[in-house]
Design a protein around this ligand. Structure first.
Ligand SMILES: [Zn+2]
Length: 205
């Protein structure tokens, strides 16, 4: 299958972020990001160093949803290949869709203050990435590994709950379906319209 190109990443960013009125910032240069990183660490949600360098983040604020990345879209870094930049967008899009659906205040409370609420929303975003992975590469993602990732979100005691959630959604995804309302569907439909060569397994065919 063809590799992800710079043009594809820039196009995805334009269509799925900028055109939807999501503000983009580069975590490496945006001064505000240090404050967010410190706040997440104090709340026990994520280590500041991981937030700044290893993770992408959709930050739902009352007036604006911000997409913060530790790279410039389309420019590879040590941690983020072009594939990774595109793949992880499916995950972040689900956070955005959920925040809009629930309302940013309710979403922020559920994500920030309730660990099961955080796990639930992260597993939905992971299911979205699993949908994208299966469509893009024909590969299934691993529920145990994705659930285990919650230890980096301050949710070590909730990993078993995360795995149950993940497995239930993967039943649909691995059977060739899509879970309603996730960013994976949006990403797959975008690719089918603009770069159909990206799709190895079309769940809508
Ligand atoms: Zn996430």
């Amino acid at each position: 299958m063809p590799p992800t190109t710079k043009e594809m990443v820039v196009s995805a960013f334009q269509d799925l972020v900028i055109a939807q009125d999501i503000a983009w910032v580069d975590k490496r240069s945006d001064a505000f990001q240090g404050v967010i990183a410190d706040a997440l660490q104090v709340l026990g949600i994520q280590e500041a160093s991981l937030y700044k360098t290893k993770y992408l983040s959709m930050i739902p604020l009352p007036h604006k949803i911000i997409y913060a990345t530790p790279f410039e879209p389309g420019v590879e870094t040590e941690d983020f290949s072009l594939d990774a930049q595109l793949d992880t967008l499916s995950h972040e899009k689900t956070h955005k869709l959920d925040a809009v659906l629930e309302g940013v205040a309710a979403y922020g409370l559920q994500y920030g203050l309730r660990k099961t609420g955080r796990v639930h929303r992260e597993m939905r975003a992971n299911a979205s990435m699993a949908e994208w992975y299966r469509a893009r590469y024909g590969v299934e993602m691993d529920a145990v590994r994705m659930a285990d990732g919650m230890r980096y979100y301050g949710c070590t005691a909730e990993i078993q709950f995360a795995e149950i959630e993940m497995r239930s959604m993967l039943l649909t995804v691995n059977a060739g379906g899509v879970v309603g309302g996730l960013g994976g569907e949006e990403m797959i439909r975008w690719a089918l319209a603009k770069f159909p060569e990206l799709i190895a397994l079309n769940p809508f065919a």
